[in-house]
Design a protein around this ligand. Structure first.
Ligand code: UDX
Length: 441
């Protein structure tokens, strides 16, 4: 099948490469010339495990091409909208500039019966609005949300845990004939994962748009729930990691996404819960999502608490103190620093007078672009040299496996703040370190 993918960022580049891997003929389009040049050369414009190998493999087949010219999308049977929907500056709602621009630019190249499948995370109602915009083209707008996690994006796209199709429906809620035809096109696109038994949820467009934000809101809630428990643990001397283990054995609760620490960041969870609240307000049901305000607040409080913890181990003041921050990416296996808790805490400490050196295996370039005033080091040992306190802020495997004695030999004071609750407190304490963590005695 001939497919176009509009927007080649973390979502679109992976989607395009994976669709080519599934055997389709794919054209990826993006306005960013640098990104397209890299992809055309078969290299990934960002760090994502497995993507460079996949790009090399599918580029060699000739099934995957890239262009900055939207005209290249002409003739594709399915067009996937994968552009970003960031938070609007100074507001909670999603900025739909890129979605609207992509749709407008795609319109002249659409043929009747073409499928326009939205993958971007959008406020519910956007699909219906785009469908009205594109009505004259005869194309069918469907919503097909994407649930990929950065760091596992290739796996999640090739082996999704579910597929969701949001199809146009009539006033009785029945899928329209055009919707049925679009479903057949999507079935062909996803023939391989469907044959492998991937569950498929076919629904209306509104539900499909809500699925994505509901899923991300639930995940954010789970993380903030355990971080709220961490606050309780701090007040009582309890251990949140053991608490999470114990409640996680209940299969109704589950242990996944119950890791307390610096909380969630990245390009999705924070802006998605805010956009969801903004949309609920527009729909007159803001009370329904009032709790998300608290989820956001709990999340942000963890960052403040971590700065306080640094102050405590520095005997009351971080002014002039040297702090090593291990990790800049919002999570391991990514170079993404958007709303990164690690960088946010690093920057706060720097602004409060500490001398902060940040290291990260992949994200230094992005971190430096975002916070040029911070100092950067290539390795953990280099960052920690002469440090009064070390903060593990992103749980990269190499930081989890750090040797307390080797690190202890280069620091000025053996103070470890475990922002992700991944180190063994007994091991670090027996090596002479002061070990402090969020939600742990
Ligand atoms: C998320 C969703 O998981 C994915 O399904 C959706 O498509 C996009 O948004 P992603 O942003 O890649 O994916 O990251 P995710 O793995 O969900 O982690 C989000 C944040 O939560 C990270 O900052 C991570 O460190 C934090 N987190 C995660 C915790 O603090 N504790 C946990 O237990 C899990």
């Amino acid at each position: 099948m001939k497919i176009s993918v509009v927007g080649c960022g973390y979502l679109g580049a992976v989607h395009a490469a994976c669709m080519a891997e599934l055997g389709h003929e794919v054209i990826g389009v993006d306005v960013d010339e640098r990104k397209i040049a890299a992809l055309q050369a078969g290299t990934a414009p960002f760090y994502e495990p497995g993507l460079p190998e996949l790009l090399a493999r599918v580029s060699a087949t000739g099934r995957l091409t890239f262009s900055t010219d939207m005209a290249a999308a002409a003739g594709a049977d399915a067009h996937f909208i994968c552009v970003g929907t960031p938070q609007t500056h100074g507001e909670f709602r999603a900025d739909l500039t890129y979605v609207d621009a992509a749709t407008r630019q795609l319109a002249p190249f659409l043929r009747p019966g073409d499928v326009v499948a939205g993958k971007s995370t959008v406020p519910v109602g956007t699909a219906e609005r785009l469908a009205a915009t594109l009505e004259a083209t005869g194309a069918t707008v469907v919503w097909n949300p994407e649930f990929l996690r950065e760091g596992f994006a290739v796996h999640d796209t090739l082996h999704p845990d579910r597929l969701v199709y949001g199809l146009p429906t009539d006033e009785d809620g029945v899928t329209t004939p055009a919707g049925e035809k679009a479903k057949a096109v999507l079935d062909e696109v996803y023939a391989a994962p469907l044959a492998a038994g991937t569950p498929l949820v076919v629904t209306d467009r509104a539900t499909a748009q809500l699925v994505k934000v509901a899923a991300n809101s639930f995940l954010a809630t789970k993380i903030s729930f355990i971080n709220a428990m961490a606050e309780l643990c701090e007040a009582t001397g309890a251990d949140v990691t053991r608490l999470a283990d114990a409640i996680g054995f209940d299969p109704r609760i589950g242990r996944k996404f119950l890791n307390a620490g610096l909380g969630f960041g990245g390009g999705c969870l924070p802006k998605d819960i805010r956009a969801f609240m903004a949309r609920a307000g527009e729909l007159g049901v803001s009370d329904a999502l009032g709790f998300l305000q608290e989820i956001d607040a709990i999340n942000m409080r963890r960052r403040v608490r971590m700065v306080d913890l640094a102050r405590e181990v520095c005997h009351g003041s971080i002014v002039g103190r040297r702090v090593a921050v291990l990790g800049a990416a919002f999570k391991p296996d990514s170079d993404d620093v958007r709303d990164s808790p690690a960088l946010s805490v690093a920057a706060q400490m720097q602004l409060q007078g500490a001398h902060v050196t940040v290291t990260d295996p992949q994200a230094i370039a992005n971190a430096r672009a975002a916070w040029p005033d911070l100092r950067f080091a290539e390795t953990a040992l280099e960052a920690a040299r002469g440090a009064d306190v070390v903060l593990l802020a992103t749980e990269w495997p190499e930081y989890r496996e750090l040797d307390p004695d080797r690190l202890g030999a280069v620091v000025a004071a053996k103070a470890m703040l475990d922002g992700r609750n991944v180190l063994d407190p007994a091991r670090w304490r027996s090596a002479g370190w002061t070990y402090r963590a969020l939600g742990r005695p």
